[in-house]
Write a protein that binds this ligand. Structure first.
Ligand code: ZN
Length: 337
C-alpha cells in the first residue's frame, strides 16, 4: 500500500457513527429512534419494511434482517451503499466527514500546538479517540496468489498417519512439498471467501526445530483476514462448526460434515467475525469446537459470546488433550445430535 493511500481503518470506523452516516445519505427521517437503536427500511436493498434494518447505537453496528441478511460497522455500510471495497469506503468517509486518517500524528500535533490554530471545528467533533492504535488495522484484502505449488506428494507418511484419505487431500489440494518455498513441509492452500488461493501454509513435518515455526506463512499474508474453508463451507447446509486448525477442519470434512471453518489459531479476529456475520443470519447455528486445552477452553467462551449476537451458538468442550481431528464419525454424530 502506498503512503498516499494509508488509512487507519480502525480510527476511521471509531470516529464515524452510523447516525452520521445515515444523515449523510439523508436517511434519518425514515428511521425511528429507540433507547439504543435506530430502525427503518433497509437503504442497501431499498426495502420497505420499517423494522428490517436496525442500528445499535451503543455498538455502532447495523443489521439488515431481510434481503441482505448481513450487517457490519459504519465502513461496511458505506461499502455496501457505494458497492465499493472497504478501502474505497474509508477514503470516501475521510473526505465526506473530514476525518484525519492518521489520528496518532494528529493528536500529538494538537498537543504541541497547545490551543493553536487548526480551526477545524467540524473535524474535531469526529476525531478518533486518543488511544487509537499506532499501527493500522490494515483491512486491505490478501491478494490472490499468481502461482500454484505443483507436484505435491499426497502419499507422504505424515498425511496418512494423520488419518487423511487421498480423496480429502486432493479435495483440499494438500500435499508434501519437496522443493520450493514450502520445501520439506506439508503445503495447505488457503482460499479467500471467493475461492481464490491467497496463501499456502507450510506445516513442518514432525516437531519443528527450535526457532522454526510449526506453520510457515508467506511474508505479508495476514491469516486474521481469512477463515480456512469458508469458501466452500458457506454453501453447505446445516450447522457451521468453528475449529482451530487446518487438520481439524479437513478431518470433519472427511467425516461428512462439510460446513466447517478453521480459525487457524484459537482467537477470532474482528475480520473473521465480520466474515461469519456476512454468512450467517439469526436462524443460523454455530458450534464452537476448539481444542481441549486451556487456550481452547477460554477462547471458546469468549468467541461463543461474540457469535451469539449473530446466530444460535453452542460450545462443545473436549476433555483435556482432545480435539476435533481425533473424532470418529460416531462421536461426531453424537455431538451434532
Ligand atoms: Zn437489506
Amino acid at each position: 500500500m502506498s503512503r498516499a493511500s494509508f488509512i487507519d481503518f480502525r480510527s476511521v470506523k471509531a470516529a464515524l457513527s452510523m447516525e452520521q452516516v445515515l444523515q449523510h445519505y439523508g436517511l434519518m427521517d425514515r428511521f425511528k429512534r429507540g433507547p439504543d437503536s435506530l430502525s427503518g427500511p433497509c437503504p442497501i436493498h431499498k426495502g420497505e419494511n420499517p423494522t428490517q434494518f436496525r442500528v445499535s447505537l451503543s455498538k455502532n453496528v447495523w443489521n439488515c434482517f431481510s434481503v441482505c441478511k448481513r450487517g457490519g460497522n459504519s465502513l461496511d455500510f458505506i461499502a455496501a451503499m457505494e458497492k465499493a471495497t472497504i478501502h474505497a469506503a474509508a477514503v470516501k468517509a475521510v473526505e465526506w466527514f473530514r476525518l484525519d486518517p492518521k489520528p496518532s500524528a494528529k493528536v500529538v500535533a494538537d498537543r504541541d500546538e497547545s490551543g493553536g490554530h487548526t480551526g477545524q471545528g467540524a473535524s474535531s467533533s469526529v476525531r478518533p479517540p486518543v488511544q487509537a492504535p499506532p499501527q493500522p488495522e490494515g483491512t486491505a484484502p490478501n491478494p490472490p496468489l499468481k502461482f500454484r505449488l505443483d507436484k505435491l506428494q499426497r502419499d507422504h507418511p505424515y498425511l496418512t498417519e494423520r488419518g487423511l484419505t487421498l480423496e480429502t487431500l486432493v479435495d483440499f489440494g494438500v500435499g508434501y512439498c519437496a522443493k520450493g518455498m514450502m520445501e520439506g513441509r506439508i503445503a495447505i492452500p488457503i482460499h479467500n471467501p471467493d475461492g481464490q488461493v491467497v496463501a499456502y501454509s507450510g506445516r513442518h513435518v514432525g516437531d519443528a526445530p527450535e526457532g522454526t515455526p510449526k506453520y510457515k506463512l508467506p511474508p505479508g499474508f495476514r491469516k486474521s483476514l481469512e477463515l480456512f474453508n469458508l469458501d466452500r463451507a458457506k454453501a453447505e447446509p446445516g450447522m457451521l462448526i468453528v475449529v482451530e486448525g487446518f487438520f481439524d477442519a479437513m478431518k470433519l470434512h472427511q467425516l461428512g460434515h462439510r460446513k466447517v471453518v478453521a480459525l487457524m489459531g484459537s482467537s477470532l479476529s474482528s475480520a473473521q467475525e465480520a466474515l461469519l456475520r456476512r454468512h450467517t443470519d439469526k436462524h443460523s447455528q454455530i458450534l464452537v469446537m476448539l481444542d481441549g486445552d486451556d487456550a481452547g477452553r477460554s477462547a471458546a467462551t469468549e468467541i461463543a459470546a461474540r457469535l451469539a449476537q449473530l446466530a444460535f451458538v453452542r460450545i462443545h468442550a473436549f476433555e483435556e488433550g482432545q480435539q476435533p481431528e481425533h473424532l470418529t464419525a460416531e462421536e461426531l454424530t453424537d455431538i451434532l445430535a
